[in-house]
Design a protein around this ligand. Structure first.
Ligand code: SF4
Length: 211
């Protein structure tokens, strides 16, 4: 038996994943509004090459989602439910009377990430649901791999979230149409989100300019 490093299949797989990942997304998506709007504007106006880390994250995230969604579809849930409200497009992982957002977590830290809550709140607002469920798949925790959280918003909180979506969509669209990422809000001074800058392909350009 001979075991050799590598395979010609590597290039083929990467190309397929890249085609899938890079599919041009038209319109304004909830994911454009959750983290750094400026980064999303950059991505739209100045697309950069996809690297292997992007592809691995994509493949792992998609894999876990597909498995759970198939299971859910055997029940009453709708997987990957796409909704458009006031021009903003959202794709809800699972919808079973209420939106259910699934996140794959690779670290041991099971604390709730505020931006995951924000995303779920947006789906709750877009589906007029006072309740939403956040499911963490703790892939490296064999003892307790599932963490469920139920989020509840009253009607006035739901209305505030709707307004927030509208405002952030406007900021995103205005920056895209003026072809100016610097017109969009950034996260450089946001202690909860500044970590995004370490992974951002536009950080050099963004940080070279004072905001
Ligand atoms: S460097 Fe940071 S603030 Fe600037 S676009 Fe990237 S994520 Fe946003």
């Amino acid at each position: 038996m001979l075991i050799e490093e590598g395979s010609p299949y590597r290039e083929k797989l990467l190309k397929l994943l890249e085609e899938e990942y890079a599919q041009e997304r038209e319109g304004t998506h909830v994911s454009d509004l959750i983290l750094c709007i400026r980064e999303q504007v950059f991505r739209k106006l100045e697309p950069r090459a996809i690297d292997e880390r992007d592809l691995v994250s994509y493949a792992l995230g998609e894999g876990a989602h597909v498995a759970l969604q198939r299971l859910a579809e055997k029940g009453s849930a709708i997987a990957e439910r796409e909704i458009t409200v006031d021009g903003v497009i959202g794709t809800i992982d699972l919808f079973d009377g209420v939106p259910i957002e699934i996140k794959t977590i690779r670290s041991d830290d099971d604390s709730v990430r505020p931006f995951h809550v924000t995303q779920l709140k947006y789906y709750m607002a877009m589906t007029n649901s006072n309740v939403g469920i956040l499911l963490y798949l703790m892939v490296n925790n064999r003892g307790r791999p599932f963490r469920f959280r139920t989020i509840t918003l009253n009607d006035s909180e739901l209305a505030e979230v709707k307004k927030e979506i509208e405002n952030r969509a406007k900021l995103f669209n205005d920056a895209v149409s003026s072809k100016n990422p610097f017109a969009a809000p950034h996260v450089k001074k946001n202690l909860n989100l500044v970590w995004k800058c370490s992974y951002c392909k536009y950080s050099q350009k963004c940080w070279s300019r004072e905001d």
